[in-house]
Design a protein around this ligand. Structure first.
Ligand SMILES: C[S@@+](CC[C@H](N)C(=O)[O-])C[C@H]1O[C@@H](n2cnc3c(N)ncnc32)[C@H](O)[C@@H]1O
Length: 283
């Protein structure tokens, strides 16, 4: 599990995504690719959900894919950043609109067992307390319902992390949970049959400035509690540019992403035990 200073600062992450909403779709190329791959995984599952939750829906890029797969389902789009949700509400010309809810994944405003499918693309890594999110998802999932998600793993942006380490001792890159820790958190929340795997995707950039700009426009720049405060000086940035050049291959700079894929099934979580009157007499 992450150290306290490596956990995301939730208020900062929310503000960062609020600011990013307007330009998100233009730069979220990796997020779109991962979303399509995650949606395709649904085609391998036999499901007929009545209620679907898109957790951390952003601008709603996954909603058409969810609605077209489950035409009879009621789709709920949830995000902590209101400007993201406003875009999700307006997106496309869908036959039916999603119900949009602005809330924190760690405190879901829903009744117990009200969803048959929770879908979440590249959102969980921004949560401060993953165990709490999974406990909430277990609560709102119907027993036998499916949780399907992606998140970033610790090798994500490894080149950027290594390059900053040459420059100073601060956390400049968000820390991400290992696949095994995510699986353990699922088991702790009493999910059944968790399945985890990782995929690696490399995106290339002409220079570090372009990478840094895109991370900022997506809202995914450093939001860890232990981040350096104040502006990053020119000398530091020059140090970063120089250190990152070690990774240049074929004229471009790579940025690696480790995509953690997971799915698991909701279980009966009630602590109520039913006993017959004869069983009680024997106690
Ligand atoms: C990288 S974007 C992914 C958006 C969308 N799932 C997609 O595939 O494009 C992460 C989203 O998670 C939202 N988010 C971050 N922390 C959250 C939290 N604690 N509760 C709900 N949403 C959150 C952000 O506002 C942002 O819209």
């Amino acid at each position: 599990m992450q150290a306290a200073d490596q956990r995301p600062d939730k208020a900062l992450a929310r503000r960062s995504f609020e600011h990013a909403a307007a330009g998100y779709d233009e730069v979220a190329v990796l997020q779109q690719e991962v979303a399509q791959r995650l949606l395709q995984r649904l085609d391998l599952m036999k499901l007929q959900p009545r209620r679907v939750l898109d957790l951390g829906c952003g601008t709603g890029q996954c909603i058409p894919g969810l609605m077209s797969r489950y035409r009879a389902a009621d789709v709920v789009a949830l995000d902590i950043a209101m400007p993201m949700l406003s875009r999700a509400r307006r997106r496309g010309r869908w036959l039916r609109k999603p119900r949009c809810v602005c809330a924190d994944a760690e405190r879901l405003p829903f009744a117990d067992a009200c969803f048959d499918l929770v879908f979440s693309n590249l959102m969980l890594q921004w949560c401060t307390d993953l165990e709490r999110v999974f406990a909430e998802l277990q609560r709102v999932l119907h027993p036998g319902g499916l949780l399907l998600f992606t998140s970033f793993g610790p090798d994500t942006l490894g080149e950027l992390r290594d390059s900053w380490a040459q420059v100073d001792g601060y956390n400049h890159v968000n820390a991400f949970e290992d696949m095994h820790d995510v699986g353990d958190a699922l088991l702790k929340a009493r999910f059944a049959a968790p399945v985890m795997d990782v995929e690696r995707i490399t995106v290339t950039y002409p220079d570090v400035w372009r990478l840094m700009r895109e991370l900022k426009h997506i809202g995914a720049h450093n939001v860890t509690a232990g981040r350096p405060r104040g502006l990053t000086g020119k000398r530091h940035m020059q140090g970063l540019v120089q250190a990152y050049e070690r990774f240049r291959r074929d004229g471009v700079l790579p940025a690696s992403y480790e995509i953690v894929n997971g799915h698991a099934w909701g279980t009966e979580t009630s602590d109520t035990v039913s006993l017959s009157i004869d069983q009680l007499r024997r106690v």
